[in-house]
Every structure is written in C-alpha cells, then in structure tokens.
Design a protein around this ligand. Structure first.
Ligand SMILES: *[C@@H]1O[C@H](CO)[C@@H](O)[C@H](O)[C@H]1NC(C)=O
Ligand SMILES: *[C@@H]1O[C@H](CO)[C@@H](O)[C@H](O)[C@H]1NC(C)=O
Ligand SMILES: *[C@@H]1O[C@H](CO)[C@@H](O)[C@H](O)[C@H]1NC(C)=O
Ligand SMILES: *[C@@H]1O[C@H](CO)[C@@H](O)[C@H](O)[C@H]1NC(C)=O
Ligand SMILES: *[C@@H]1O[C@H](CO)[C@@H](O)[C@H](O)[C@H]1NC(C)=O
Ligand SMILES: *[C@@H]1O[C@H](CO)[C@@H](O)[C@H](O)[C@H]1NC(C)=O
Ligand SMILES: *[C@@H]1O[C@H](CO)[C@@H](O)[C@H](O)[C@H]1NC(C)=O
Ligand SMILES: *[C@@H]1O[C@H](CO)[C@@H](O)[C@H](O)[C@H]1NC(C)=O
Ligand SMILES: *[C@@H]1O[C@H](CO)[C@@H](O)[C@H](O)[C@H]1NC(C)=O
Length: 491
C-alpha cells in the first residue's frame, strides 16, 4: 500500500494533464449509460467500480454569483477530485425553502415553493452536470432528504399542512455564541433558540408524514418529474437521456416510519415492522421514477443501519437497481472523536468491517450490488479540545487515515473476492474550504463539506488531506486489478 501510494503521488504531480479529463482522460460518451448485471456495474469500457465522493452543494457552487455560487471554486475542486481518480459524485438535485426564512438549510433553495423554481440554482445543476461529464464523472442525483439541511420531507409536510412549524432537532447555528471578532466568520454552537428543539424521533415522525400525506407526496413527485424532464441549458440534453446521470436516488437517508426503526444500528429492541410505511413508499416512488427513466439506475439512499430485514425489504423491489449503505461510527455511538486510544479506533474499524461484510452478504442474497455511498470520521479532534473551535483543520488525521484504509480496504476486498460491493463514496468534499478562513456569503452559507445543520469541518475532506490519497490509491488498485482479472468486455 505504501509503495502504491508513492506511485500515485508521483503521478499526481503531473498536474494539469491529468486534471482535465480525470485520470482516465475521457468525457462520458453520449450513450454510455451504466447498467447492472448481477452484482456488478458496467459501462462501455467494461466493469465499472465507483470511486465516489459526496459533493452535495454542487448546484449551488455552480450557480451564478448573484445566487451565491463560485465557478472558480467549482472547477478547482472538480479538477482536484478528477486528479484523484474520482469518477462519481453524489449530489443534491433537490432543496426546498419556506414562505418564512428557515434555518439550517442550503440557501438559496432550488424549490422556493411547490412549482416555483430558482432559475439560477437550476442552471447551477446544469453546469454542475456539464462540468462533471467533461471530467468523466457520473452522478447520483438525490431527489429528497429525510433531514432538515435541504428542507426535505419536513418541508413538503409543512407545505401540505398549512405551513405547520417544523419541530427541528438541535442543529448547528453559525451565528450563536461563541462568535469570532470578524462578523460572519463563525464559530457558533448547537442551538435551541428560535426552534422547538425536538428530539430526533419527533422530527423524523414529522418528516415521515410524507409517506402518508397525499398532497406532500404529490408535490415531491412533481419535483421529481420536473428535474427528470429538464433539458440541460449547457449541453442541450434531456436529463433522462444523459448518461452523466447514473442514478436517481429517492432521498438521502429515508427513515423507517415506525419509531423503533429510526434508531440504530442494530437496536436490540428493534422488531422489524412488516407494515412500515417506508416499504410501500419506496415501491411507489421507484416505480414512478422507472416509468420516466428506463436507461438510468435507481437507488433508495438507505443507510441500512436497521439491519438485514430492512435492508432486504427496501432493496428487493425490481425497481431498485442496487442497494446502499452509510456507515457512521461516531453518530451511532461506536466511536468517540475525543478518545485518542487505539482501542477506540479499533472498535470503529471492527464495526465497519463487520457492517461491510454483513451488508455484502445481504446484497448477495437478493442478487444486487451494494454501494457504500457515505462514511466519514472526524480529525484527531482531541488535539482541538481546549482550542477555540473543536473542528480546526490543523488537527492531524491519524485515526481517520487508518479508518479510511480499513473501510475502503474491506470494500475493495469484497469487490475483488466476488462480494456485492461496487465502490465507496466518502462524506464529504470540502476541497479548498477551511473553518479557519470561512466567511459566510450573502446567503449565510460557507459551503463546507458538512451541511448547514452541522458544525463545519467535522467530516470535511480537504484537498490536502491524506484521505484523498487513500481514495486515489483505491482507484489505482482497482484499475490494476480489473486489467488483470476483470471482465473488460462487460455484457
Ligand atoms: C471563490 O473561489 C476562489 C477559489 O477558487 C476563492 O479564492 C474566492 O475567495 C471565492 N470567492 C468567494 C466569494 O467565496
Ligand atoms: C392556516 O394557518 C393560518 C395562520 O397560521 C390560520 O389563520 C388558518 O386558520 C389555518 N387554516 C387552516 C385550514 O388550518
Ligand atoms: C442562532 O443564534 C442567534 C444568536 O444567538 C439567534 O439570534 C438565532 O435566533 C439563532 N437561530 C436559530 C434558528 O435558532
Ligand atoms: C455550546 O453549547 C453547549 C450546550 O448548549 C454549552 O454547554 C457550551 O457552553 C456552548 N459553548 C460555548 C463556547 O458557548
Ligand atoms: C395515514 O393517514 C390516515 C389519514 O390520513 C390515517 O387514518 C392513518 O392512520 C395513517 N396511517 C399511519 C400508519 O400513520
Ligand atoms: C425478493 O423478491 C423475490 C422476487 O420477487 C422473492 O422471490 C424473494 O423471496 C424476495 N426476497 C426477500 C428477502 O424478500
Ligand atoms: C477510549 O475508548 C476505549 C475503547 O472504547 C475505552 O475502553 C476507553 O475507556 C475510552 N477512554 C476514555 C477516556 O473514554
Ligand atoms: C454482523 O452480523 C453478525 C451476525 O449476524 C451480527 O452479530 C453483527 O452484529 C453484525 N454486525 C454489524 C456491524 O452489522
Ligand atoms: C463477462 O460478463 C458477461 C456478463 O456478466 C458474461 O456473460 C461473460 O461470460 C463474461 N466474460 C468473461 C470473459 O468473463
């Protein structure tokens, strides 16, 4: 692994030659749709492994300056990712606002009210896809969100119920104390001010009324239809005819409607509820998407933290092309970012290894590939404990690097040994952003890798981070392996 890393680093210094079209140097061909065959993905070049990255703010960064975008940052970061061999980005293709300004959200939103779009942000999505296509990167288009940071389910429910107040859980407030001397630069804190600081279960119960509210679901589907039927203003292509769009994803982390199903992972009290409203919602929504997108793939966006039963029920529909997992060791109480011990790290590594092997087996059972499309770990933040901000970028990343080697390594092993895994996608690219130099734009956004309801810098991957070299080494290793063993003809 060490030697390989050095090789990758050496090749990266070749710089701009590589950066234009990614390591492979190819823009995506006009009919080069990715398809699934048994446990694998294929494109026209053969077996297709996903060296992915979450880059959810792409449409906002790509929007014009009057909508808070920054084209120069966008292309810099896309070039950086392409140079690390990244061939897939998971991006938002939805965000919702409210009649009254709402906190903790991507701003400006794509959807200002049912049927009312922000034209600049929509053009941003076009630009994002056009720039990705040139660099050989395909997209997962996330069409909804369980969580508050893009508006999401809760906003649709609020719209459908006379603008009911959303019971927000505690969320990061960049303007709460402590503040730095220069206004607009943070730090902030979790805050209860101005919101009904609800337990997460109350928030998810509210958001999940989407599954059982005809008007909310109709507006959500209207949005899906509008995005899917869009013609890209840069490339002139219909979205449904664009192979840059590999996958339409129902939502980010839809939760079970049964409250116990929300908790996880592997809650010992969790009794699967066969009548959970999540299942018919997945079936209805994926069937609807399939009817408009015969050439593209569909995924749900499930974390799969509830274990085998939920994994299989959600992913077994014929209209779901592959399964997904998200692995969150700190958020799920397996890992403590202030604990520098080897034992703490090992617990996280063991959990992730188990989770990857288990989910690979479950996916094999239902005959579908599985994509690890979210995972992350904080920096060595025990070094920041007594500093002005717990998430300073100056902290080292010894645990994060070791964890990335383990979880990415496990996925690569599953792939090479005939398991169901088809790639990884860490959370999330912060690129040139740093908390130390952050400044909110006129819309209150800093566009860190962490979304607006969480502390910026927590899970960011920066352009100079070692984790990016681990991602790049993965791409090299797999490309090499496919050359030797792979099915280069596809099917
Ligand atoms: C836009 O991005 C560039 C880096 O490409 C950065 O130097 C500049 O400060 C950014 N502008 C704004 C308004 O954030
Ligand atoms: C909707 O909310 C408004 C203001 O909050 C209230 O005046 C009105 O009565 C509500 N309408 C219904 C049908 O609940
Ligand atoms: C964020 O914090 C500021 C300063 O304490 C406060 O005025 C504002 O109401 C808070 N916002 C929310 C949404 O809680
Ligand atoms: C941030 O909020 C927590 C919990 O509300 C509080 O204990 C802490 O003192 C706050 N931090 C600062 C620096 O104000
Ligand atoms: C769904 O909504 C209907 C009424 O709108 C209600 O009668 C039913 O109990 C709800 N079902 C669930 C499982 O919440
Ligand atoms: C998945 O669906 C297939 C075909 O519809 C069915 O035969 C199989 O039992 C299902 N598996 C699970 C685990 O639900
Ligand atoms: C650090 O984590 C390890 C493993 O979970 C645990 O045994 C140890 O008590 C923790 N130390 C502290 C100070 O929390
Ligand atoms: C993996 O599966 C085993 C056996 O079913 C189970 O005991 C374990 O808790 C699972 N672990 C994870 C992290 O999924
Ligand atoms: C390549 O994959 C296709 C589809 O899975 C299969 O039919 C074919 O036999 C494979 N060819 C080789 C050489 O493995």
């Amino acid at each position: 692994m060490k030697a390989l890393l050095q090789l990758v680093l050496a090749s990266l210094t070749a710089g701009s030659v590589l950066s234009r079209g990614g390591r492979h140097g190819h823009a995506i061909g006009k009919d080069d749709f990715v398809h699934v065959n048994e446990l694998r993905l294929y494109d026209s070049k053969g077996l297709h492994y996903l060296t992915g990255m979450n880059y959810w703010a792409c449409m906002n960064l790509a929007a014009g300056p009057s909508a808070g975008g920054n084209y120069s940052r966008l292309v810099t970061e896309l070039d950086q990712m392409a140079a690390k061999g990244i061939n897939h980005l998971r991006i938002m293709a939805a965000s919702e606002s409210a009649t009254t300004p709402q906190p903790f959200r991507m701003n400006p939103p794509l959807l200002q009210a049912p049927g009312q779009y922000n034209a600049d942000v929509f053009e941003g999505l076009d630009i994002c896809l056009a720039e990705m296509s040139k660099r050989g990167m395909r997209a997962t288009m996330t069409l909804g969100n369980e969580w508050q940071w893009s508006g999401g389910f809760a906003q649709f429910v609020s719209w459908a119920t006379n603008n009911t107040l959303i019971p927000y859980p505690e969320s990061w407030n960049l303007t709460a104390p402590p503040q730095r001397e220069i206004s607009g630069t943070g730090w902030g804190n979790y805050t209860k001010q101005g919101v009904d600081a609800a337990p997460y279960s109350k928030f998810t119960s509210f958001a999940n009324l989407l599954y059982n509210n005809t008007q909310a679901e109709a507006w959500y589907k209207d949005h899906i239809k509008t995005v899917m039927n869009r013609r890209n203003t840069v490339t002139g292509r219909l979205y449904t005819e664009d192979p840059t769009i590999m996958t339409w994803q129902l939502a980010n982390e839809p939760q079970a409607s049964d409250e116990l199903g929300n908790t996880g992972p592997y809650n010992i009290f969790l009794k699967p509820n066969p009548d959970d409203l999540l299942f018919p919602w997945v079936e209805r929504t994926s069937t609807y998407i399939r009817s408009m997108a015969p050439k593209q793939l569909i995924s749900v966006g499930l974390e799969s933290k509830q274990g085998e039963y939920y994994f299989k029920r959600v992913h077994n529909f014929s209209t779901v092309d592959y399964a997904t997992t998200h692995c969150w060791v700190q958020n799920w109480g397996v890992y403590d970012m202030y604990n520098s011990s080897e034992a703490n790290l090992k617990k996280a590594q063991d959990f992730a290894t188990d989770f990857m092997r288990n989910s690979s087996r479950w996916a094999t059972d239902i005959g579908k590939p599985v994509f690890l499309e979210e995972f992350g770990m904080a920096r060595d933040n025990w070094e920041n404990k007594d500093k002005e901000y717990p998430y300073l970028s100056s902290a080292s990343t010894s645990h994060k690097n070791a964890y990335f080697e383990t979880i990415i390594g496990t996925v690569m092993d599953e792939f090479r040994n005939g398991g169901a895994y088809i790639g990884t996608s860490p959370w999330a690219y912060g690129g040139i952003y740093r908390p130390e130099t952050q400044h909110v734009n006129e819309f209150g956004m800093v566009w860190a890798g962490d979304p607006p309801h969480e502390s910026p810098g927590w899970y960011d991957l920066y352009d100079t981070d070692e984790a990016m070299n681990i991602v790049a080494a993965q791409q090299e290793t797999i490309a090499q392996w496919i050359k030797v063993h792979g099915n280069s003809t596809g099917c």
